[in-house]
Structures are given as C-alpha cells and as structure tokens.
Design a protein. Structure first.
Length: 279
C-alpha cells in the first residue's frame, strides 16, 4: 500500500506564525519548498469584520510573488470570539452572518473555493440543543451564500472543552444531515479525532466523500503538535488516506504556544520528519 503523498498537497498555516508578519510567513513557507497556504484571518495578516474585509489586491500580489496558492480561508470563530455559527444574542447573530458573508466574499475574490468553519460554541449554562439549532440555522444561510459564489465549507469537530456541539463522527454526521447542503463537507482534524478516541478509517467509513479537508497534526495522542513530537505514524496515516481515495490537502495546524516563538523552525522540523513519507 502507498504510504507516501506529494509534498504539493501539504499546506502551511499562518496560525502558528501569529507573532510574525505576513511577509515573514510567506517568505518562510516559500523557502521551505511548500506551495500551499491556509490563511487564518487574523487581523494582523488579513482582516475580516462584520462590515467589510481587507482589499485582496495586495495579498494576491504577495502570494503570487512567492509562487504560493491559498487553498482555504479559516476565520477566527472559537470562544471568546463573538462571531460564530451558534451566536446567541440577536445582534451578534446579525453581525456573525455579516462576518461570514465577508469571509465568503474574500474567498471568492481570492479565487479560493474552500473555507473551514466549526459549529460554534454554546454557553455552559444553556441547553446545547438550543445552540445546535442556532448553529444549523446559521450554517444553512452561510452555505446558500457560499454556493452562489462557488465556495465549499468544511466543518470540523471541536474538542469538548471548546464546544459541546460537534465533537465526534456521530455529531458530524447528525450535523451534516440537519444542515442538508451539498456544498458543506468535513474537515478531518486529527487533534479532535484523537481526543474522541476515533480513527481516520472510522471517519472515512462513516463520512466517506464528505471529507474534503484535513488539519494534519501530530499528537500525544492529542495536542496539535508538530510532526515528530507526538505518537502518530504519518506513513500509516497516509496509507489510510490513500486507501480511501482522499484527494484534498493536509494543513499544518500546530497549536502549542511554544511554536509561536519560532514557527519557521517548527515547520522545518515537521518537514524533516515527514520527508521519508513524501514524494
């Protein structure tokens, strides 16, 4: 069985470059020989708000100059960010929809056909079913807006200390059924998967072609760690992805705060570890 993938399917993410400029991020990724980036829309790199978004011209110029392509946009959306699919206050719901519309518009203007979202978060003193219904209703509207602009949405499970709504394969399957939009699929986040004691094969057996993206991280068994710092075997992981015919990208989402101090070296360390498994 083939346990290798092309390096051209790996994607860097500016999430772990949050303490550095956008130019530094693009320079580092390009020097590391990567060709794809997933853009986390932090205001210091590319701002999106409920009332508008940064002009894309300069970003497009810089990305092209580095011979890179943006394969996905990922907004700030988890607690305590106010804009999320399950926002409760009526004003925040209106503002959240404006925020996600501007995210979709940004993607379309950047010729990016995928955005990564999560279900949003609930208050711990409310019935999670109420937040679930709010999230589903909001995603239906966002998905309709995205479809008109040829943008797909990849939903990921969250860990239970982040949200009580979508934490597992069963939750994802139920959520997709309730949303019922053909441009909404799944982002397989290996960290959330491991936290729920699930496997890549179980994801594919249950969700199949709905899996359209991957946040590709090591873990111990969880932790969104740099590759080589956890217990995962990337060769075995690639075997499973290849077996099920996955054609999407693998984005690094290294989440430990120590990585924010030297993201370029973190990225190079991951690539050195993964190199035997890359074409």
């Amino acid at each position: 069985m083939n346990n290798k993938i092309s390096k051209t399917r790996l994607s860097a993410m500016n999430y772990y470059y949050r303490n550095f400029s956008l130019d530094y991020f693009l320079d580092s990724v390009s020097q590391d020989g990567l060709t794809n980036i997933e853009l986390w829309t932090s205001p210091q790199h590319f701002w999106i708000e409920k009332d508008g978004h940064q002009d894309v011209k300069e970003l497009k110029r810089k990305v092209a100059a580095h011979h890179l392509q943006i394969i996905c946009l990922t907004p700030q959306q988890s607690n305590p960010n106010p804009y999320n699919l399950a926002a409760k206050d009526e004003r925040l719901r209106k503002d959240s929809f404006g925020y996600f519309k501007n995210l979709i518009d940004s993607a379309a203007e950047l010729n990016v056909h995928l955005v990564a979202l999560n279900s949003g978060w609930d208050f711990y003193d409310e019935d999670p079913a109420e937040a679930w219904d709010r999230s589903v209703a909001m995603l239906k509207k966002v998905a309709d807006y995205a479809k008109d602009r040829e943008v797909k949405i990849a939903i990921e499970a969250l860990q239970p200390d982040e949200s009580h709504l979508v934490n597992s394969i069963v939750d994802l399957k139920h959520y997709l059924k309730d949303v019922d939009k053909d441009n909404v699929g799944v982002n397989l986040d290996l960290g959330a998967m491991a936290r729920n004691y699930e496997t890549i094969a179980q994801y594919f057996e249950s969700l199949g072609e709905k899996i359209i993206h991957c946040h590709f991280v090591d873990g111990n068994p969880v932790g969104h760690r740099c590759w080589g710092e956890g217990e995962r075997n990337p060769g075995e992981d690639f075997n499973v992805f290849n077996y099920y015919g996955y054609q999407g990208y693998f984005t690094f989402e290294f989440g430990q705060s120590k990585y924010f101090l030297n993201p370029a070296e973190t990225e190079r360390k991951a690539l050195r570890f993964l190199n035997p498994f890359l074409k």
